[in-house]
Design a protein. Structure first.
Length: 219
């Protein structure tokens, strides 16, 4: 078996980071759309592009240089994306990324870049991401599809509820041992089922807190 990279998974905050996407076809656009969703400053280099790219430029959402890639285009970039259909251009982007120390996503082949874009399910702050390391993007997509069904929209409110409850437990007056006990109970309530059934989050939170209070007080 070939040796594959031991990818180090991270969740990157790209808000206001300059991300250069080279190539404005459907694949380049998929990366651009994902970056815009995360608040990145997107710079596109491509002689032409899909209609959605035209619209995004018109709306002032990104900067688009309508020309072929040239050395210097990655200056100041935090991340770079090579998504052209031209082998020489993709290789030129790769060379410059190496030289400049810019992390590169190579849409044309997993082994050509520094990082991969996974398939993602978002439920607010809860983010599920999966990759096959380039073996089968379709399998990654399928697994994310399964997660879509398992982790429904209620998980967004549930995650926020857990965050608030956790904060309330940690900032309570109870001693450390009782806090730990209460934290251990956080996932043992019926909050998820109730949120799924449409109960108001504030009501669920109040009931959960009552339960946790008993752990914080009488042990
Ligand atoms: C997850 C996702 C994210 C995204 O792109 O945003 C993504 N590919 C997605 C879908 C997808 N891509 C392809 C198909 C057609 C079926 C097939 O070929 O299997 C489908 C299925 C579909 O569209 O349903 C074709 C394809 N993909 C790559 C190559 C080049 C090569 O491998 O040589 C070729 C052949 C091109 C050719 O024909 O020449 C390369 C990459 N694609 C990756 C990510 C990275 C590895 C991730 C991993 O292995 O897990 C990597 C290495 C680089 C990267 O782009 O980061 C996105 C799902 C989005 C979602 O979840 O909605
Ligand atoms: N990662 C993935 O999921 C995935 C899926 C399918 C294909 N791919 C790969 O991604 C590549 C792009 O796919 P696509 O469907 O968007 O292709 P496409 O041919 O529709 O678009 C390529 C874009 O690159 C631009 N381009 C060409 N030469 C350039 C240069 N020198 N400088 C800047 N821009 C240049 C073109 O003008 C065009 O806008 C494919 O060739 C394939 O290798 C990746």
């Amino acid at each position: 078996m070939d040796k594959h990279p031991m990818y180090y998974p991270i969740m990157a905050d790209v808000a206001d980071a300059t991300c250069v996407v080279v190539g404005g076809g459907p694949i380049g656009w998929r990366k651009i759309a994902g970056l815009l969703d995360c608040g990145a400053r997107v710079v596109v280099v491509s002689p032409d592009g899909v209609p959605a790219l035209e619209a995004a430029e018109r709306d002032g959402k990104l900067v688009w240089h309508r020309r072929r890639f040239r050395p210097g285009d990655l200056a100041g970039a935090a991340l770079a994306f090579a998504a052209t259909n031209d082998e020489a251009a993709n290789a030129a982007v790769r060379e410059e990324a190496r030289r400049e120390g810019v992390l590169l996503n190579a849409a044309y082949g997993a082994d050509q870049g520094d990082f991969l874009v996974p398939s993602v399910v978002r439920r607010g702050r809860l983010i599920l991401a999966v990759t096959t390391g380039g073996a089968s993007p379709k399998l990654a997509r399928r697994i994310a599809g399964e997660w879509e069904r398992t982790y429904g929209p209620e998980y967004e409110a549930y995650t926020e509820l857990l965050d608030r409850l956790r904060g309330r437990v940690l900032s309570s007056e109870a001693d450390a041992e009782r806090k730990l006990l209460a934290l251990g109970e956080l996932l043992e309530t019926d909050a998820l089922e109730r949120l799924r059934a449409g109960a108001p989050p504030a009501e669920v939170e109040a009931d959960c807190m009552k339960l946790l209070q008993s752990k914080l007080q009488n042990t």
